[in-house]
Design a protein around this ligand. Structure first.
Ligand code: PLP
Length: 287
């Protein structure tokens, strides 16, 4: 397996970065997770846009144009002969001294990893997930915007730890006011009747690319699709709940904090949205 590291493709085991890279020392950098379906990179423009905006927000200059990054991604896929893959694109602050100051860093690091990975086992798409809500809160948008997909994922890792200790594979984070924000690496949707809700970005959710695709699909299918704040109570009494993300795609949630959602199996609307999403990803990809 070939990995792109700072200008060259090297074998996975030879892929190395400096211990002085501030991406390693401080989580100083930005990243994207991108899917490739049947040789097409899904919504690459949107991912690159989000990457450049994340970088702009933390004053990190990406040392490539979007076209160059696209070429690097395509070359990495070709080198690995992958037609279906998950891509991790990482831009780190680069090598500096031990202090926090990012202005001591030289050239930003650029890494592209392509893997054939599935986030959840196939069976979970049939049975649905059991999740919990956790004590860890989403950081406030006025402190560090959740729109910045930074390398600093400690918040999300604490969520994952709480989930694992509780024996479940995913959990929901609330924001500082107690509204539902999102999962550790996915967005959340609830369905009641013909209305589908997902938390608005200002509450502290990353504006996921899968989330946006599902919002478009739901609107096209005639659902009353709204971005509105909601609480844990609304999740508990929903007909259906599901999560979305690049790695997870669309996955049903059937139990939240011990409360059974609907009839305890993935609901018809969730299944319909997942089916439409999977049909669309193949049509939409960029070659
Ligand atoms: N929320 C967080 C915190 C994430 O890390 C991700 C993953 O990228 C998502 C949501 C889902 O976003 P996307 O659909 O763009 O993968």
């Amino acid at each position: 397996q070939w990995v792109y590291v700072n200008g060259e493709h090297v074998l996975k085991d030879d892929a190395k970065v400096s211990v002085y890279d501030h991406g390693f020392l401080y989580g100083d950098g930005v990243f994207e997770g991108i899917r490739v379906y049947n040789g097409n990179v899904y919504r690459l423009d949107e991912h690159l846009q989000r990457l450049y905006e994340s970088a702009q927000s933390i004053m990190l200059t990406i040392p490539h144009t979007k076209e160059e990054l696209t070429d690097i991604i395509v070359q990495t896929l070709q080198k690995n002969k992958y037609r279906d893959a998950y891509i991790r694109l990482v831009i780190s602050r680069g090598k500096g001294n031990l202090g926090l100051d990012p202005f001591t860093c030289g050239q930003p690091g650029v890494i592209v990893i392509a893997e054939q990975l599935a986030l959840f086992p196939k069976k979970l798409y049939e049975t649905g997930l059991e999740i919990i809500t956790v004590a860890s809160r989403r950081n406030r948008p006025d402190v560090l915007s959740p729109k910045v997909k930074s390398l600093n994922y400690l918040n999300n890792i604490l969520v994952k730890i709480e989930a694992s200790l509780a024996g479940v594979s995913e959990a929901l984070m609330l924001n500082d006011q107690g509204y539902v924000a999102e999962g550790s690496a996915d967005n959340v949707f609830i369905i009641k009747g013909n209305t589908i809700k997902t938390p608005p970005g200002y509450l502290g959710a990353l504006e996921g690319i899968t989330r946006n695709a599902i919002v478009e699909i739901a609107r096209a299918q005639g659902y009353n699709m709204v971005e509105e704040p909601f609480t844990r109570h609304d999740v508990y009494v929903a007909d259906e709940v599901f999560l979305t993300g690049t790695a997870a795609e669309v996955i049903a949630v059937v139990k939240v904090d011990g409360r059974v959602i609907g009839n305890g199996a993935p609901g018809e609307h969730t299944n319909k949205l997942l089916k439409s999403f999977r049909e669309k990803v193949v049509e939409e990809g960029v070659k």
